[in-house]
Design a protein around this ligand. Structure first.
Ligand code: NAD
Length: 487
């Protein structure tokens, strides 16, 4: 069967590569190749840079309010095409339709809308110094690069392009090689909305193309979303011309459930933070600490709800709420972690096996898995698994749980469930994590900055401060009187 072949999207149109090299993309729920994509070879790469230079010249010269109008049009188009785009995300990622339909495109559009609104509000400062004065200008950086992960492909493309474009930059975006199509659709939408050609180019490929973006001397900044190990490599290459970097990396986040919490609510949070998007969410609370007095009650309800309420299968079935993992390779990795959990002495409360649902027998499914009898030094408790695998740990007091929650080199997110508001804030303030929730988990509105402490990241996405991270400050000193000079 022949499948469509997508080319790189450069300067408002598709551009053929010269090498002829391409790669296949599979639907994780069926194990079938759904399309192929051409790799960005040196011809495409050079074209992407030339085009971005031309795009940047036009875009950065436009008044911010004009850029804002254009971006708002793109937001409308994203919302109008929600279902068409959500379908692409389901086919590429294997996630349930019931999620993609109301989350992926909406949360992407929200962020572009938010930054489109802020674009005309960016102001410089003015300050008198003696009889002279200076003023500052917020200027765009130039050509930026975005490199995305595969779990929220279109949302990640929107989260990077929103602030980059609002601030007047051009962006060359490389989606993950597992999920390349959503970014192309976003590029088409930008062109239709009136964004000049070259302002948002899409290059395709795996690590090599990513490496080129991180070393290109014409690129001023890299915004990266992916694994900690890859992030370190990206930062190292970005040092070649001292590029600015934003790093949105992995996590092993704690959820702390105190005995006074609403236990059913805490279980909802733990399930959302481990099984939503089949566990492939960077902020997941994969270490759930439960205070001893409520431990048994917590486990009983968690087991019952996990076994009764989760439906795995064809992601397009609107009742399905657990999709397929991204690839066969990732499926193997997650199953290996589960095997390690068992081997190191953790007990499977529920799940712990691969699934082959009737409606999607060839998909890469893993049962929602809860491990108990866990210790802090087990591999499953220490390493990011990025699948539907929760470790539940028991604790006795506040001081102990804070120390254990912080005992990791990662610091992306954290959650606390307690009805004691003073305790909830006191504990959250001591947790070493950038994205925190009290009596909630996972919400990430456009207005709220997100990013990690420690090795989970550098810089932030969303929120007002992110716009600044796509600008540089120019100070202009103005002499109002004669220069005092000894010469
Ligand atoms: P990954 O690090 O394998 O790949 C991410 C991207 O980097 C891909 O586009 C890939 O092609 C590219 N890449 C690979 N090697 C590269 C190199 N040497 N130089 C430049 N680019 C390179 O990550 P993944 O498996 O796609 O995504 C899962 C990871 O992403 C998890 O660790 C997850 O926690 C993290 N993540 C973080 C956030 C966040 O906001 N903090 C969001 C989503 C995912």
């Amino acid at each position: 069967m022949t499948v469509p072949v997508y080319q790189n999207f450069i300067h408002g149109q598709f551009l053929a590569n010269h090498s002829g090299e391409k790669f296949a993309v599979k639907n994780p729920a069926t194990d079938e190749v759904i399309y192929e994509v051409e790799v960005a070879d040196s011809h495409v790469q050079q074209a992407a840079i030339e085009s971005a230079k031309a795009g940047f010249a036009l875009w950065s010269a436009m008044a911010p309010i004009e850029r804002s109008r254009v971006l708002h049009k793109a937001v409308s188009l994203l919302r109008e095409r929600n279902n068409e785009l959500a379908k692409i995300e389901v086919l590429d990622t294997g996630k349930p339709w019931q999620e993609a339909e109301c989350v992926d495109i909406q949360t992407g559009a929200d962020v572009i809308e938010y930054f489109a609104g802020l674009a005309p509000a960016q102001v410089g400062t003015q300050q008198p110094v003696g009889g002279d004065f200076f003023y500052t200008r917020k200027e765009p950086l130039g050509i930026c690069a975005g490199i995305g992960a595969w779990n929220y492909p279109l949302q990640i493309a929107c989260w990077k392009s929103g602030p980059a474009l609002a601030a007047g930059n051009a962006l060359i975006f490389k989606p993950s090689e597992e999920t390349p199509l959503g970014a192309i659709k976003l590029a088409e939408i930008f062109i239709e909305a009136g964004v000049p050609a070259g302002v948002f180019n899409v290059v395709q490929g795996a690590a090599e193309v990513g490496q080129w973006l991180t070393t290109s001397p014409d690129i001023e900044k890299v915004s990266f979303t992916g694994e900690v190990g890859t992030g370190k490599k990206v930062m190292q290459s970005a040092a070649s011309n001292l590029k600015e970097v934003t790093m949105e990396l992995g996590g092993k986040s704690p959820l702390i459930v105190f005995e006074d919490a609403d236990i059913s609510q805490a279980i909802s949070a733990a399930m959302l933070g481990n099984f939503y998007t089949q566990g492939e969410v960077c902020t997941n609370c994969t270490r759930v600490f439960v205070q001893r007095k409520v431990y048994d009650a917590f486990l009983a309800e968690l087991k019952q709800r996990t076994e009764q309420n989760i439906i795995a299968g064809d992601p397009f079935d609107p009742n399905v709420n657990l999709g397929a993992l991204i690839s066969k390779q990732h499926h193997t990795l997650v199953m290996d972690y589960i095997a390690k959990g068992k081997a190191e002495g953790a007990t499977v409360l529920t799940g712990g096996e691969a699934l082959s649902p009737e409606t999607a027998p060839n998909g890469y499914f893993v049962a929602p898995t809860v491990f108990i009898d866990c210790h802090d030094d087990m591999t499953i408790v220490k390493e990011e698994i990025f699948g539907p695998v929760m470790s539940v740990l028991v604790f006795d007091d506040e001081e102990e749980v804070i120390q254990r929650a912080n005992n990791t080199h990662l610091g992306l997110a954290a959650g606390v469930f307690s009805k004691d508001i003073q305790r909830a804030h006191r504990v959250i303030h001591q947790l070493e994590a950038g994205i925190c929730w009290i009596n909630s988990y996972g919400n990430s509105p456009a207005e709220m900055p997100v990013g990690g402490y420690k090795q989970s990241g550098i810089g932030r996405e969303n929120g007002i401060e992110t716009l600044d991270q796509y600008t540089q400050t120019k100070s202009v000193y103005v002499g109002m009187s004669d220069i005092e000079s000894p010469f």
